[in-house]
Design a protein around this ligand. Structure first.
Ligand SMILES: NC(=O)C1=CN([C@@H]2O[C@H](COP(=O)(O)OP(=O)(O)OC[C@H]3O[C@@H](n4cnc5c(N)ncnc54)[C@H](OP(=O)(O)O)[C@@H]3O)[C@@H](O)[C@H]2O)[C@@H](O)CC1
Ligand SMILES: Nc1ncnc2c1ncn2[C@@H]1O[C@H](COP(=O)(O)OP(=O)(O)O)[C@@H](O)[C@H]1O
Ligand SMILES: [K+]
Length: 494
């Protein structure tokens, strides 16, 4: 189902081990490894000519490995083309292999070279080519490399432009983690798209990613995940409606929650379900919350405890329940959680619902759970760092442990289900980094579930749609100016 909806928009994300396998196969076929480094350098050179054809000076930061070797060859090409290029040499030991061959070429054409430390005093507005560390980096950058990275980021803040070769230095290409990382306007990554560029801190450091396959061998290796690019939503409008339809066609969403003090969460979730196209939406909450919800959105149905049991807000077994936003962890929340489980309906579980899930056994309907890394750590009994250092595995473990479809939320979100390749969706949107964004997500996902029926499809489309609408909203209102519920007005903007 996902493949059908993705229609070629789902691309593979690979880890370093896979890249190394492809690399070795390619070298064996070609009988030499240096031509691939030359193709890598030429690809970078082309992108610089295309994107920065100005007379700005160009700085190449080159480490001692093959990532640095790429940078060295880029410097040669730029120098020969008449650019004002200086290479800062950060190698700590004599180069070997292809990196040495590259260095010999550089020496033959007299590219200006300075020691890496001199870069720390460099203050011109330049194009910086980051070729310090690539997929061979181990652990955090050494202190001297971290200083170079910090200075590069400082220059960028003052008007510079940074292109990262293969991977922004300091970013772990497998986990997307790192302490001091190059912020790259453009990352030209080689052979395949790498998982670390798309999760955790990766997306915030890679403002644009270009993949250059370098004519590498075409091996059929397992992907860590698929990536659903934002461009998907340029041509795909989720939850479109049909002429031959009625409200029942688009399903019923029942939001249970909104204890005293947290009513807004349940209101936002129900409003999101309605705006994302659910045929009917009901809210079961405290009386005061119902009053406020109906003032904002009279199209939803509101029921408080005095009017009956939680089950009274359902419309048959096909209803989708949202449980968690504003649920609280007091007796009221516990009771609602237990009552919701008894209803055996498909359930989107978030926030306090997840905290209760960790301590109670869920015997209710099929689940989509939407933890952020803190909640994921709690659910798995591990630390947040352990979750962040392997988001894909954390999402997969959650899917297995709770027999659920999982949306592990973050700057990008990882969607996992047992037996499926996980999908990464989204792009950075700092405007979403505020209370309520997750509540809005639950409502959108519930409406998608009612529409698409398949939980994994609903989770992928719902999470991507939420992110896409938020980015459009932020473009008009600004990251500080946007409220989570306002993104709902952008669910249908192209
Ligand atoms: N795949 C391909 O087919 C192609 C690959 N290509 C390119 O090769 C790149 C991979 O090259 P690679 O394997 O030489 O590793 P690389 O990233 O340069 O790192 C090793 C160097 O970093 C250093 N170093 C490590 N950790 C460090 C730390 N924490 N802090 C500081 N320093 C640290 C380490 O130093 P050492 O430990 O030796 O002192 C050594 O000098 C790949 O990303 C792509 O750009 C292209 O040519 C196209 C074809
Ligand atoms: N910087 C960011 N870039 C992109 N998405 C973000 C960012 N910060 C938060 N989000 C998204 O916003 C939502 C936040 O959810 P959550 O932390 O549960 O918020 P709350 O519980 O307060 O509603 C998630 O969907 C997450 O993916
Ligand atoms: K790099």
């Amino acid at each position: 189902m996902i493949e059908r909806i993705g229609q070629g928009h789902l691309t593979g994300l690979y880890d370093v081990a896979a890249v190394r396998q492809i690399e070795q196969a390619s070298f064996a076929i070609e009988g030499d490894s240096f031509p691939m480094m030359e193709r890598a350098a030429y690809a970078i050179y082309r992108h610089i000519c295309h994107r920065q054809p100005s007379t700005r000076p160009i700085v190449v930061l080159a480490g001692g490995g093959n990532n640095g070797g790429d940078g060295v060859l880029v410097a040669v090409l730029l120098h020969e083309a008449g650019f004002d290029v200086t290479l800062f040499d950060a190698a700590k030991r004599p180069r070997t292999g292809d990196a040495l061959l590259a260095w010999e070429k550089l020496r033959a054409v007299n590219v200006p070279v300075q020691p890496a430390e001199a870069f720390l005093a460099y203050d011109r507005s330049a194009v910086v080519v980051d070729a310090l560390l690539g997929i061979g980096a181990l652990g955090h950058p050494s202190a001297d490399f971290a200083a170079l990275i910090d200075h590069c980021n400082h220059l960028r803040q003052s008007g510079g432009w940074t292109l990262a070769v293969d991977v922004p230095s300091g970013l772990n290409a497998n986990t997307g983690s790192g302490s001091t990382i190059i912020e790259a306007d453009m990352v030209v990554t080689f052979i395949v798209d790498k998982i670390g560029l798309r999760i955790n801190k990766g997306p915030a450091c890679c403002h644009e990613i270009v993949i250059e396959s370098l004519q590498a061998a075409d091996l059929d290796l397992p992907q860590c995940a698929h990536f659903l690019a934002r461009s998907f939503f340029r041509t795909f409008q989720p939850c479109t409606r049909y002429g031959d339809s009625h409200k029942g066609t688009y399903g019923h969403v029942a939001v249970l929650g909104g204890d005293h003090g947290f009513g807004g969460a349940a209101i936002m979730s129900s409003e999101a379900a309605a705006r994302a196209g659910a045929g009917t939406v009901a809210l079961y909450s405290r009386g005061v919350t119902i009053g406020a919800a109906l003032c904002r959105n009279p199209s939803i149905m509101g029921f408080d405890e005095a009017q009956g049991e939680p089950g009274s807000v359902l419309r048959g077994n096909s209803s989708i329940i949202v449980l968690g936003p504003g649920l609280g962890r007091l007796e009221w929340g516990h009771r609602l959680f237990d009552a919701a489980a008894q209803l055996h309906c498909r359930t989107v579980l978030d926030a306090d619902g997840l905290r209760l899930l960790a301590s109670k056994h869920w015997e209710g309907g099929e689940l989509i759970i939407t933890p952020h890394p803190g909640e994921a750590a709690f659910l798995l009994g591990i630390s947040i760092d352990e979750v962040l250092n392997d988001l894909i595995s954390a999402a997969e473990q959650l899917a297995q442990k709770y027999r659920a479809v999982v949306i592990l939320k973050g700057i990008t979100s990882v969607i996992a289900k047992q037996g499926e390749v996980p999908v990464v969706v989204g792009a950075p949107c700092p405007g979403l980094a505020r209370g309520g964004s997750g509540d809005v997500l639950t409502g959108i996902v519930a409406a998608c579930w009612a529409y698409y029926q398949d939980a994994f499809t609903a989770a992928v489309i719902g999470a991507g749609w939420h992110n896409d609408a938020a980015i459009k909203c932020a473009q008009e209102k600004g990251d500080i100016g946007m409220f989570p519920q306002e993104l709902l007005m952008y669910l249908q903007k192209s």
